[in-house]
Design a binder for this molecule. Sequence first.
Ligand SMILES: Cc1cc2nc3c(=O)[nH]c(=O)nc-3n(C[C@H](O)[C@H](O)[C@H](O)COP(=O)(O)OP(=O)(O)OC[C@H]3O[C@@H](n4cnc5c(N)ncnc54)[C@H](O)[C@@H]3O)c2cc1C
Length: 325
Amino acid sequence: MCTIGGMIANNSSGMRCVKYGTVRNYVLDLEVVLADGRVIHTGKKVLKSSAGYDLTRLFVGSEGTLGVITRAGLKIVPFPKTRKLILAFFDEADIASHAVIKVFSEGITPSACEILYKTTLSVLKLCNSRLAIAEEADMILFEVDGTEISTDEAARQIAEICKPLALSTRIVSGLEMQDIWAARRLVGAAISQLDPHKTRVYMGEDVGVPIKEMPALIRRVQQIAGKLDIPAMKYGHIGDGNLHVALFIDVADQLQWEKLRLAADRIHRAALDLGGTVSSEHGIGLARAEYLMEQLGWDAFSLMHSIKRALDPKGILNPGKMGFP
Ligand SMILES: Cc1cc2nc3c(=O)[nH]c(=O)nc-3n(C[C@H](O)[C@H](O)[C@H](O)COP(=O)(O)OP(=O)(O)OC[C@H]3O[C@@H](n4cnc5c(N)ncnc54)[C@H](O)[C@@H]3O)c2cc1C
């Protein structure tokens, strides 16, 4: 439910970027209308170029602050022939993270590597009650893709690596795999159904840290939500260190809004404390503008600001976004 221009402007990504990369990895050339009306091309439809500054990458993720993308030359890749899922259930997030690190350090790159914390598994079941998934453990969902032979081998290896750490592991394919993915895709939106009086609010929802810091981030989020007494569901792309926190409140209650804002602020700062980012996917926009300087440091932030001023001296493109007037 988004445009190609919007995806490029946000450097969007999803569950398979752990293997396939983000939008950035697919953009070869952009046609961009600059603030003064000039139209430029940033690259060529070639896979490699060493000619000058990488303007394509400058515009990817610029959130419409530097120019308007009107055409894009994209690299495309074929769909894999086969996919398989490995479900691994763990007692706690620390052990689950350890298993993920072990899989990657064995040189295996899953095509997806998701975590669903115990409480979020009940949301998965809400999306499809027929799923044979126990709710009393944290689940890592690894996906492997490729040829029949390579996926069989990678799935077997991942299950073997997880076995000593996991409560149980299971390899899934076919219809069951499709059902699990369909339910997983609905989780973000379905969280509001847990309580008819509450609504999920997308704030502090998209932080990222180095993978080894995921357990620490989870603990911090739990403490923050616990202290403020706000429910926080947790799920995300653990293979990228990207945690989605779903805070949900009664939106008619002003006090809950205040607590939610405080919780979101503390979650952003926790990610920065752990060497991470306030947004792995959703972008800075207006909502996270106050954190960009803190994340980058003054020198890098003011360099970005100089680029913005050079390309848009009158500040007519998305004023205020990313903290630039
Ligand atoms: C509920 C929800 C779930 C999301 N899930 C994900 C996710 O899983 N992964 C992810 O990466 N992101 C996610 N996002 C963030 C964002 O919606 C996506 O990155 C999306 O790709 C933006 O595309 P859009 O076409 O909707 O852009 P818009 O929302 O319309 O715009 C986004 C920004 O890009 C700018 N922009 C739009 N088009 C252009 C253009 N042609 N040229 C220059 N600038 C432009 C806009 O000015 C704006 O600043 C989510 C957002 C929401 C609200």
